[in-house]
Design a binder for this molecule. Sequence first.
Ligand SMILES: Nc1ncnc2c1ncn2[C@@H]1O[C@H](COP(=O)(O)OP(=O)(O)O)[C@@H](O)[C@H]1O
Ligand SMILES: CC(C)(COP(=O)(O)O)[C@@H](O)C(=O)NCCC(=O)O
Ligand SMILES: [K+]
Length: 244
Amino acid sequence: MKLLVDAGNTRLKWQLCGDRNVVHSGFVGLDADEPFSEITRWSGDIERIAVSTVISEDKRRHLQSRLEALCAAPIVFHWAESRRGGLVNAYTDTEKMGADRWHAMYGAWSAGPGGFAVIDAGSAITVDYVSGSGKHLGGYILPGKQMMLRSLRQDAARIGFDTRDARAGEPGASTTECVQHGLVWLWESMVARIQADCARFGLERTIVTGGDAEALNNAGLSATHEPWLVLVGLAAIDQERELE
Ligand SMILES: Nc1ncnc2c1ncn2[C@@H]1O[C@H](COP(=O)(O)OP(=O)(O)O)[C@@H](O)[C@H]1O
Ligand SMILES: CC(C)(COP(=O)(O)O)[C@@H](O)C(=O)NCCC(=O)O
Ligand SMILES: [K+]
């Protein structure tokens, strides 16, 4: 079996894959003591480990040591690339691009024809646009939901609010409503801009992934929700690299 790992700044997402299908999957907090405790029962069957990560080098080394403790299988880290299979990265310095963005784009590119927007609502929110010919038009990086709420709590003395999730972007009449509706209001504005950009660039598909994907869809994005998109792209690339 192959173990696929997507290590973002908040959570580790993993899948154990047989020849044709995903056998087990899960996610765990990035800083969990034993992030792979759920997987140890299958460690003897793991023949290869492929990783997509955006975490710090210290955390990457710790992740590698946790994987080495799990099993003896080779561990391959995959990073953003300048091109693959007709997909061409807009970045000239691809080393600076988060691996998750490239793998999510490749997952969407491999899924079918037509230009697309891919949104990853994670610790940060990333938006990337790819034309029907596979040209990455570029993208955006914005603070994620918890980052925005945390900055309000930490950097403003008199803002105390509940963590209740709002679904409306109506004007708020309390601190909690102003904060929670403000988040939805911002997302509704972002959604409207993404939809206008898709019309402008002729992008037929919109795909969303990440822990806040459903919340973004509730704010009107109405995109195809692919929770494992990064790992779909990582799996395809790792398989191609194995055969190279
Ligand atoms: N069980 C969960 N644990 C942590 N964050 C979660 C969870 N469920 C949803 N989220 C939301 O998902 C976001 C993190 O998404 P995720 O895709 O895991 O991030 P990353 O890829 O950056 O690690 C957080 O901002 C949070 O709002
Ligand atoms: C923007 C990101 C932090 C998103 O990662 P995540 O929210 O999944 O932790 C990650 O893609 C990243 O570290 N990018 C590097 C900068 C860039 O892509 O230009
Ligand atoms: K991510």
